[in-house]
Write a protein that binds this ligand. Structure first.
Ligand code: GLU
Length: 297
């Protein structure tokens, strides 16, 4: 359900990816954001993170809107779709490229695995992927052009050392807690190495699109799952490089299944529509989430 935009200082958002049906974890995050927004008279925005052109399906977008409506989520304005803002992402990416802070990378995931997988102590990023070994970092402009001319489609990586050098000082952000207290946290972007900033098939990755959108939508408070917490350090660095505002962050506990595992769209976690079909109401879902998470929703 949508409601008119209130002129207020605080703006929250819920930003699902339409690559599967929503489950209880999404329901918690959405309702928790609504609760936080309501508590301070703020707005809750909805953003459709459909930056991945292969896995994002309109079918899932329609389904998630229907599920959120059923759940009783109320958001302000029209949902923002990332696929409609590619020009803005491209502009930011080109700006970083002009400053020499990103470089095109022609390595496939398989190339990187072959290169790093045989080295038992090779580090991984917070998502579990091998840290990029830097193969394409030193390609000359002529070789980059030749690869593109030969039909190679590059993704884009942040030159982490250069980026940190340009910023010079440690970065931090504000992490707020449910009771209203907050602390200043030091950002740790280096754990990502030369992070992927733009996909082969889109001028942004999740990280770049997310910080640009949070800024464009005037988001002041980001409440999202603890699994995304390691990305916040990288987001803080991108904000500093691009001159974007930094929201306050809250990383909430994840809803786990009976066996204590994280819910997943691809594994067999029941979706909200499964639960609905089984006869559960939105009130039942809220009550179950409040019980499991010990948070009144
Ligand atoms: N699109 C992400 C997801 O569905 C959420 C990212 C965020 O909240 O920053 O997990």
């Amino acid at each position: 359900m949508t409601e008119p935009i209130a002129e207020t200082a605080r703006v929250f958002r819920f930003a699902p990816s339409p690559n599967g049906f929503l489950h209880l974890g999404h329901a918690f995050s959405a309702l928790f954001n609504l609760k936080l927004a309501r508590a301070c008279g703020g707005n809750l925005l909805l953003r459709i993170e459909d930056i991945d052109p292969v896995r994002s399906l309109r079918l899932y977008e329609d389904a998630l809107i229907e599920d959120l409506d059923w759940l009783g989520l109320v958001w302000t304005g029209t949902p923002r779709r990332q696929s409609e803002h590619m020009a803005a992402y491209r502009g930011a990416l080109e700006g970083l490229a002009r400053r020499g802070l990103v470089y095109p990378c022609f390595c496939s995931r398989g190339d990187i695995a072959k290169n790093c997988g045989s080295r038992p102590d090779w580090s991984r990023d917070p998502d579990g992927a091998f840290l990029y070994p830097g193969t394409c970092r030193e390609l000359t402009a002529a070789r980059q052009k030749a690869r593109i001319k030969a039909g190679a489609q590059g993704s884009w990586r942040l030159d982490m050392a250069k980026a940190l050098g340009e910023i010079g000082a440690p970065l931090s952000y504000r992490e707020f807690h449910e009771g209203g207290s907050a602390q200043i946290v030091t950002a740790e972007p280096f754990a990502w190495g030369d992070a992927l900033i733009a996909r082969r098939d889109a001028p942004a990755s999740y990280h770049l699109a997310c910080v640009l959108d949070d800024h464009a939508q005037g988001v002041t408070d980001v409440a999202r799952g603890a699994d995304i917490e390691p990305a916040t350090g990288l987001h803080r660095l991108l904000q500093a490089l691009l001159g974007l505002r930094t929201p306050s962050y809250h990383h909430h506990r994840l809803v786990l299944d009976e066996a204590g595992r994280k819910l997943s769209k691809s594994k067999s976690s029941p979706s909200l529509r499964d639960l609905r079909r089984q006869g559960y109401s939105a009130v039942d879902v809220r009550a179950e989430l409040s019980r499991r998470m010990q948070v009144e929703l």
